[in-house]
Design a protein around this ligand. Structure first.
Ligand SMILES: Nc1nc2c(c(=O)[nH]1)N[C@H]1C(S)=C(S)[C@@H](COP(=O)(O)O)O[C@H]1N2
Ligand SMILES: [Mo]
Length: 362
């Protein structure tokens, strides 16, 4: 694949399919991530779709099935814009990998996240047009990409509860930061489910289905579910585990980076913080002594309740070894958990423990 990315600014976990994200200092430069730095998470192929031939089908438990062209979407529905952060459930898996092995998953660090302004049609407007039956409880999204698993094409699909699908924030997006979606981000149409894990924001959207049950696609039924630390892959009961929806409260330090060597004196510490479920960040606190004492950091940029915020703090460090720690608290007074080991799960999802960075000051 020909890629537009400046390799020096990206951490590339896999070339085919492309899985990459910006280095933490690049990530922390702009509250709206430019396309060229926006992280990419791809499970299979990048389909090559001719916009003139493109059709979106809407079927299932509804009165009026629809087949929509891109022109139909542009001309016959309301158009809205929303700033929202996309985060992969695998963010910060590298820290969990240091505790115990995690099979067949990418070792994402702080870079599986980005923020954009999305423009498109509210999903709700399309669901109103098809007249959804009262038995429908879930909305399934099917991607047009091929994903090989165990020698067959399982495709990429996901579903969200009907109540979330009817909320005003869920979009069928065709633009990102004022430009058409790029092929890697889902051209010509993708779902954006603000506040949910990235896997529900299906790219290259081909079909929407109204159904009584969640999607049976591999990526809804056999991935993106959370298990406690003691469960291992062979004993996992996938049927009864809950599918991941909302992103957890999280905050990280982007600068300085792990094991950086710094001169003594003032150091600016910078990072991002976010939370799902439409909550907002109330407070970000920083510790320079491994979590014993804390001082508040300043929130320096914030866009919408569906977007991350940027924080910073200046600390004065004397020579020696230090551990910086960050933690956030949301508007319902929920604080990030301290213990990384309690976060371990055999798929390596949703690590949101206090983030720690070790430094040596000269
Ligand atoms: N069709 C399709 N949609 C998809 C995926 C995919 O592989 N195929 N990856 C998902 C995952 S796991 C994430 S985190 C986001 C990433 O979106 P991005 O590549 O635009 O950052 O897309 C989601 N939508
Ligand atoms: Mo993801």
């Amino acid at each position: 694949m020909v890629s537009i990315y400046r390799r020096s600014s990206m951490i590339v976990h896999q070339e085919q399919p492309l899985n990459a994200g910006p280095t933490p200092d690049i990530l922390r430069q702009a509250i709206t991530t430019p396309q060229e730095h926006f992280f990419v998470r791809t499970h299979g192929t990048v389909p090559n779709i001719d916009p003139a031939d493109y059709r979106l089908t809407v079927t299932g438990l509804l009165s009026t099935p629809l087949q929509l062209t891109l022109d139909d979407l542009h001309q016959n529905f309301p158009i809205v814009e929303i700033s929202a952060t996309l985060q992969c459930a695998g963010l910060r898996r590298d820290e969990l990998l240091a505790i115990a092995p995690i099979e067949d998953e990418l070792p994402w660090g702080l870079e599986a996240i980005s923020n954009a302004t999305w423009r498109g049609v509210p999903l709700r407007a399309v669901l109103e047009a098809v007249e959804v039956d009262s038995q429908a409880e879930h909305v399934e999204f099917c991607g047009l990409d091929s994903v090989q698993k165990g020698g067959r094409d399982v495709g990429f699909g996901a579903s969200i509860p009907l109540a979330k699908a009817l909320s005003e924030e869920v979009l069928l997006a065709y633009e990102m930061n004022g430009e058409p979606l790029t092929p890697t981000h889902g051209f010509p149409l993708r779902v954006i489910v603000p506040g949910y894990i990235g896997a529900r924001s299906v790219k290259w959207l081909g079909a929407i289905k109204l159904q009584r049950y969640p999607s049976t696609n591999h990526f809804q039924s056999r991935a993106y579910k959370l298990f406690p630390p003691h469960v291992q892959a062979p004993t996992a009961d996938w049927e009864s585990a809950r599918a991941l929806t909302d992103l957890p409260l999280n905050s990280v330090i982007c600068q300085p980076h792990m094991d950086e060597v710094l001169p003594s004196g003032p150091t600016i510490v910078r990072g991002y913080a976010l939370t799902g479920a439409g909550h907002t960040i109330q407070r970000v606190e920083l510790s320079c002594d491994g979590g014993t004492s804390w001082t508040p950091a300043s929130i320096v940029a914030r866009q919408s309740s569906w977007s991350w915020c940027f924080w910073e703090s200046t600390v004065h460090l004397h020579s020696g070894r230090h551990q910086l720690v960050v933690r956030a608290t949301d508007c319902s007074d929920y604080a990030q958990p301290a213990d990384l080991a309690q976060q371990w799960n055999f798929k390596g999802y949703l690590n949101h423990a206090w983030h720690r960075v070790n430094l040596r000051v000269l």
